[in-house]
Design a binder for this molecule. Structure first.
Ligand code: S3P
Length: 443
């Protein structure tokens, strides 16, 4: 356990670059492993979650290695070309890694056993198991459709048309990855569009993907047995990581901060839209496209924020950003309501309850229902002083350490070790901006 205490500071300023996008990093490794030839990846996120995926792919027979120039190479086995692992694939804390790989191996004629840490073993896998079962794969899971589980894969899966019952890019991607080694057309219909990195990258590798807007939602169809050809991929900075210094700069006086080269995929930017509605001083400069994804530099300045209502339709576009938005809301003037966010209970921890318990411990007025939360701020930093249990959840830990940068009393986070699953170097980055985060401090 690495306890970290975040103390109040007066100002933040600086220019920074974020580690690579986590979602795109997983996909670059996985799709690279399914292509023919050497895929070179620049800017891969070297964090626990992505490393678990890299190791799993090695166990599945793909050669994945880091080069001396810092790039990574994946020597793909072609669609359907992976081999039966001799070990249990331990996916650590990573929901994305396990769910995407479950889809990939479901269309291979061998058995794969997945496990993970206690947080991952508590998360629901039925959402991936059921559609893949309809395609013909077999599963033997721990009770409640959780890990550890065995996937009994097959190279004779049936193509399906699957209307998603939960807005989830992980479920969508798992089905599409299974569709790669499946004859015919596999279709996923999403009523509420989620991040489309899988579709973008599969297309860039040569897969045939069609997207049709239907009355019931967005229908994404992949034609099976594509010849995927290895690519060079440059991974932009992770918007979900940038969210932490962004909110720090919004709530702390100073010259503001500039974050370069951040992924601005339109299906990931819900937090930006929400903060702008709250009156945040944020400007996007220097738009560009990097490996098929929109990127830009984000300039953020301190200013008063106002409470807003965040509608449930926006949730898929900002699903990982609610903990840090809660911190902005705690410092804003008036009430902010997150509506229709029961999915937050199924993340690395129950984030609705983590937000409400943590904010209440920092003297913030908060009201939680089964699928919503309302936070009433006073237009200034709350008192703070909370002792936060992060429950193996990186984003809960980071969010409360950001809040501690402005509260009168320091905020203690019990264990910051899990921050490394998505944002290695977080403490150094925040301290570089002027933060006073002290690791390993005794109570
Ligand atoms: C992700 C999708 C989201 C998100 C996760 C990354 C992805 O999960 O919370 O951090 O890379 O596809 P859901 O698919 O469960 O919404």
């Amino acid at each position: 356990m690495t306890r970290v205490v975040s103390h109040r500071i007066e100002t933040v300023s600086g220019t920074l670059t974020m580690p690579g996008d986590k979602s795109i990093s997983h996909r670059a490794l996985i799709i690279g492993a399914s292509a023919v030839g050497e895929t070179k990846i620049y800017g891969l996120l070297e964090a626990g979650d992505v490393m678990a995926t890299a190791l799993a792919l090695r166990n599945l027979g793909a050669d994945v290695k880091k080069n001396s120039d810092g790039s990574w190479s994946v020597f793909g086995r072609g669609v359907g070309g992976l081999s039966e692992p001799t070990e249990i694939l331990d996916m650590g804390n990573s929901g994305t890694g396990v769910r995407l790989l479950m889809g990939l191996v479901a269309a291979h004629p061998f058995n794969t056993i997945f496990s993970g840490d206690t947080s991952l073993c508590a998360r629901p896998m039925g959402r991936v198991i059921y559609p893949l079962r309809r395609m013909g794969a077999g599963f033997n899971a721990h009770s409640g459709d959780t890990l550890p589980l065995i996937v009994q894969g097959s190279d004779m899966l049936r193509p399906v048309t699957e209307a998603l019952t939960v807005a989830s890019a992980q479920v969508k991607s798992a089905i599409l990855l299974a569709g790669l080694n499946t004859r015919g057309q596999t279709t996923v219909v999403e009523a509420f569009p989620s991040r489309d990195h899988s579709e973008n990258m599969l297309e860039a590798f040569g897969a045939e993907i069609s997207i049709v807007e239907e009355e019931r939602g967005k229908a994404i169809t992949l034609t099976g047995y594509p010849e995927l050809l290895a690519q060079n991929i440059s991974i932009p900075g992770d918007f979900s990581s940038a969210a932490f210094p962004m909110v720090a700069a919004l709530i702390t006086p100073g010259d503001g901060i500039l974050i370069n080269n951040v992924c601005l995929n339109s299906l990931r930017k819900g937090l930006l839209d929400t903060l702008l509605e709250m009156g945040a001083k944020i400007n996007i400069k220097h738009h560009d496209v990097l490996s098929g994804e929109q990127v830009g530099d984000i300039l953020v300045k301190f200013g008063l924020l106002k409470g807003v209502r965040v509608p449930s339709e926006r949730a898929p576009k900002m699903i990982d950003e609610y903990p840090i938005l809660a911190v902005a809301a705690a410092c804003a003037e008036g009430k902010t309501v997150f509506e229709g966010v029961s999915e937050l209970r199924l993340k690395e921890s129950d984030r609705l309850s983590a937000i409400s318990r943590g904010l209440a411990a920092c003297d913030v007025e908060v009201d939680e229902t089964k699928d919503s939360i309302s936070i009433t701020g006073k237009g200034k930093a709350p008192l703070g002083g909370g002792h936060i249990l992060s429950n193996m959840d990186h984003r809960v830990a980071m969010a409360f350490l950001v809040l501690g940068m402005v509260t009168e009393k320091p905020i203690i986070v019990d264990d910051a070790a899990y921050i490394d699953t998505s944002f290695p170097g977080f403490i150094e980055v925040m301290n570089g901006l002027g933060g006073d985060l002290r690791a390993g401090v005794e109570l």
